[in-house]
Every structure is written in structure tokens, then in C-alpha cells.
Design a protein around this ligand. Structure first.
Ligand code: ADP
Ligand code: S3P
Ligand code: MG
Length: 172
């Protein structure tokens, strides 16, 4: 069954938008990070601390494949790094996948992430100045993967509801 997959940089709104989209169109939403936390029985922060990022990427890949193979129709919110590791971007090309990149500017990401960084181990310990530089560099590196999606929705200056409506329009 069809999988609607939201991807994009940390803080672009994947989890928030997927949750609202799910309520609006009545298709269940699964957050990949939540599934990973359930499988390992640790928070994302604790997985990075105890086992390191390479282990996290391995579990992320396994759980992503499990979700893609599930028989249900699903909305899946990826983690920001998911398409950039383990050839996961190739999995997005499957026939039953609709992939949507939620595209946010560095300014939008910085303002959302500066208020929400504690649960994101890649940025949790960075100062504001470090974080701005990190986001700029990291987004540039990752854009190669993000830009391979079928659809892009620019999220800057849009409310959650506006972004959800944009996604519904492109799914029609
Ligand atoms: N217009 C908006 N669209 C989406 N998220 C928004 C918006 N305005 C503020 N936010 C906030 O930005 C953050 C986005 O985080 P989240 O949904 O966890 O993103 P991601 O899963 O992509 O990392 C949330 O705290 C959300 O409340
Ligand atoms: O960008 C990344 O590499 C990550 C993004 C996070 O998800 P969000 O994009 O939902 O914050 C989470 O998977 C982990 O902290 C690593
Ligand atoms: Mg998320």
C-alpha cells in the first residue's frame, strides 16, 4: 500500500506536519524516530550517547525498511538524516512511495531549532553562532539527497495548516 513520506532537515516540521496531515486525511502516521526509540527502548539522545551514530543509522535503515514493507497505507515522517545514509534515498524511488521534501530556509530552521535542540543530539550542545554555521553547511551537504524527492513544498512563512493544505493539493 502507498506510503506518503515527509523528509527534510531537522526542524522543517516533518513530525508536526505529518501528524496534522494524518488527522486531516485519515491515513495513519508513523514517526520513524519514535519507532526507533520503541525498538531500542531508549530515547534518540540515549541511543547516540550509549551506542553512537553509526548504530543509530543501522537501526534507522532497518526500521525504515520494515515500515516500507508494512501492508498498511501510512504517512511516514523520516528523521532529518534518513535519506542521506545507507542508500535510503534509493528506497524512496519505489513505486508505492510518494516522497515530499519540506524545504525550509536556514533562517526558518535556525529559529525553530534554537528553541528545540535538546532532543536533537547533533545540535544539542551547540551555541547559537555554532548552530547557524552548522545548519548552513549541513543543509548544503544534505540537499543532494533531499532534492531527489518527487515533490517539494516550501514551508517558510507558512502555518502548519497551510503546509498541510499544500500537501493535500499535490496528493490529489
Ligand atoms: N509553520 C510551522 N510548521 C511546522 N512546524 C512549526 C511551524 N511553526 C513552528 N513550528 C515548530 O517547529 C518545530 C518543528 O519540529 P518538528 O515537527 O519536530 O520537525 P522535524 O520532525 O522536521 O524535526 C516544532 O516545535 C513546531 O511546533
Ligand atoms: O538530521 C539528523 O541526522 C537527525 C534528525 C532527527 O530527526 P528530526 O529531523 O525529526 O529532528 C533524528 O533522527 C536524529 O536526531 C538525527
Ligand atoms: Mg521529527
Amino acid at each position: 500500500m502507498r506510503k506518503i513520506i515527509l523528509l527534510g532537515y531537522m526542524g522543517c516540521g516533518k513530525s508536526t506536519i505529518a501528524n496534522k496531515l494524518s488527522k486531516n486525511i485519515g491515513i495513519p502516521f508513523v514517526d520513524l524516530d519514535k519507532k526507533i526509540e520503541e525498538k531500542v527502548n531508549l530515547s534518540i539522545n540515549a541511543i547516540f550517547e550509549k551506542h553512537g551514530e553509526i548504530y543509530f543509522r543501522k537501526v534507522e535503515h532497518e526500521v525504515f525498511i520494515e515500515l516500507l514493507n508494512s501492508p498498511e497505507q501510512l504517512i511516514i515522517g523520516l528523521g532529518g538524516g534518513t535519506p542521506c545514509y545507507a542508500n535510503n534515498h534509493e528506497l524512496l524511488k519505489a513505486d508505492n512511495v510518494v516522497s515530499i521534501y519540506l524545504k525550509a530556509s536556514i533562517e526558518t530552521l535556525f529559529s525553530r531549532l534554537s528553541a528545540n535542540k535538546s532532543k536533537r543530539p547533533l545540535i544539542a550542545n551547540k551555541s547559537d553562532a555554532e548552530m547557524k554555521e552548522f545548519i548552513a553547511m549541513h543543509l548544503f551537504e544534505r540537499s543532494f539527497y533531499y532534492n531527489q524527492t518527487q515533490h517539494k513544498v516550501v514551508v517558510d512563512d507558512k502555518t502548519i495548516d497551510q503546509t498541510v493544505l499544500d500537501i493535500i493539493a499535490l496528493l490529489a
